[in-house]
Design a protein around this ligand. Structure first.
Ligand code: HEM
Ligand SMILES: *[C@@H]1O[C@H](CO)[C@@H](O)[C@H](O)[C@H]1NC(C)=O
Ligand SMILES: *[C@@H]1O[C@H](CO)[C@@H](O)[C@H](O)[C@H]1NC(C)=O
Ligand SMILES: *[C@@H]1O[C@H](CO)[C@@H](O)[C@H](O)[C@H]1NC(C)=O
Ligand SMILES: *[C@@H]1O[C@H](CO)[C@@H](O)[C@H](O)[C@H]1NC(C)=O
Ligand SMILES: *[C@@H]1O[C@H](CO)[C@@H](O)[C@H](O)[C@H]1NC(C)=O
Ligand SMILES: CC(=O)N[C@H]1CO[C@H](CO)[C@@H](O)[C@@H]1O
Ligand SMILES: CC(=O)N[C@H]1CO[C@H](CO)[C@@H](O)[C@@H]1O
Length: 320
């Protein structure tokens, strides 16, 4: 084994995460040295008043990065924007928290830090403050100047096949390991009944519930989602530890207790994703490492850098 290879292996073991990027962890170290402390403090405050906010901020970053890259486009107001796309409407949340963080950051370092970077740091801090892994956040993204509702409507859906979800991730440079690890984000947060109640009866026109559902989960979900309710009731995506970022999500899947169809299919028909979920279900160190790595990869999707885009002064509107 040559020396540089040994060094690479040693570095890998030490940091776990090895992803190349045009972004850098010290991007604001001179221009806004207190940035990470400000974001951490504000995320902690938000979570103190509502623990679910950790999950909401994590999801917001995912929905930002999958549409036009991580450019803060999901934050833009307006009925033509991404907020009104089906996967986000009455669903994505946390915009007010991003506003609060942004104004705290502007007070110390005006016009310096992008909304896209603030969201990226907030997502990392949400995971850490929920008991999950930490990683070095790469920074230097600039904010986009347009939203794309059409692309937001094409975000992965809970009704989609695993193959189709895998290809949507692959198109953005994320592989099967990343699909399973990032799906583990569902270890925190809630889902509305409308997004899984079709599994409870006459699933896919079969006249029966989804056969992959654990039979003891069906009455639990039916009582949380009465037939004549409007679909807005919520249940925890990981009912064993709803606010804790842990590996229970994967243990749930192996028992047929995944809430969304798109969760459960990770262990149904595909032996590759199933093997990864099995590994994570009893090895949180591997899950945490792969999750951190995949979050950095997701955060690297098509960033605007250099002279592209802008530093928005209000995360909800492009600068005039
Ligand atoms: C693999 C494809 C994915 C699908 C189909 C999917 C689908 C969903 C759905 C349907 C909900 C519930 C939304 C609602 O109730 O209105 C949800 C919630 C959530 N998703 Fe995903 N998701 C996926 C991937 C991800 C990824 C990559 C992350 C982050 C790493 C993530 C993090 C979350 C979180 C934290 C919540 C809870 C949000 C809250 O409570 O406010 N999801 N997801
Ligand atoms: C918006 O997204 C759609 C679908 O992904 C794409 O075809 C279209 O070119 C995008 N529009 C812009 C302005 O980038
Ligand atoms: C996915 O990519 C990561 C590197 O980012 C790599 O370590 C992992 O082995 C890949 N997984 C698959 C299934 O190719
Ligand atoms: C349910 O139906 C959809 C298409 O109608 C199909 O893609 C999916 O594989 C079916 N799911 C199961 C678990 O049979
Ligand atoms: C859920 O609540 C929103 C308002 O928060 C409402 O517009 C929507 O119609 C409700 N969904 C259903 C299925 O009734
Ligand atoms: C991990 O869990 C699987 C079942 O999901 C089990 O077969 C295997 O023995 C476990 N491995 C360890 C190291 O605990
Ligand atoms: C689907 C669901 O939410 N099931 C259960 C979650 O856990 C509580 C107890 O902690 C049960 O009452 C729910 O039925
Ligand atoms: C598309 C497909 O092959 N779906 C199958 C996945 O596995 C479940 C049982 O675990 C079957 O019911 C589905 O038909």
């Amino acid at each position: 084994m040559d020396k540089s290879y040994k060094l690479r292996v040693a570095t890998f073991l030490m940091l776990c995460v090895v992803v190349r990027s045009q972004l850098s962890s010290d991007f604001y170290s001179k221009s806004c040295p207190n940035l990470l402390n400000i974001v951490r403090r504000e995320v902690r405050n938000a979570i103190k008043s509502e623990m679910r906010m950790a999950a909401s901020l994590l999801r917001l970053h995912f929905h930002d990065c999958f549409v036009n890259g991580c450019d803060g486009s999901v934050l833009l107001d307006g009925s033509e924007g991404e907020k009104f796309a089906l996967p986000n409407l009455n669903s994505a949340r946390g915009y007010e928290v991003i506003d609060t963080i942004k104004s705290a950051v502007e007070t110390e370092c005006s016009g310096i830090v992008s909304c896209a970077d603030i969201l990226t740091i907030a997502a990392r801090d949400s995971v850490v403050l929920s008991g999950g892994p930490t990683w070095k956040v790469l920074l230097g993204r600039r904010d986009g100047v347009f939203a794309n509702q059409t692309a937001a409507n094409d975000l992965p859906s809970p009704f989609e096949s695993l193959d189709s979800i895998i290809s949507k991730f692959a198109a953005l440079g994320l592989n099967v390991t990343d699909v399973v690890a990032l799906s583990g984000g569902h270890t925190i947060g809630l889902s509305r009944c409308a997004l899984f109640s079709g599994r409870l009866s006459n699933f896919n026109g079969t006249g029966a519930p989804d056969s992959t559902l654990d039979s003891s989960l069906i009455p639990e979900l039916q009582s949380a989602c009465p037939v004549n309710s409007d679909g807005n009731n919520t249940v925890a995506l990981d009912n064993r530890s709803r606010d804790l970022f842990d590996k229970n999500y994967f243990a749930n899947l192996l028992k047929g207790r995944g809430i969304l169809q798109s969760d459960q299919v990770l262990v149904s028909n595909d032996s590759a994703t199933r093997a990864i979920a099995q590994l994570y279900s009893n090895n949180s160190a591997v899950f945490f490492c792969d999750f951190a790595n995949a979050m950095i990869k997701m955060g690297n999707i098509a960033p605007l850098t250099g002279g592209d885009g802008e530093i928005r002064s209000n995360c909800r509107v492009v600068n005039s």
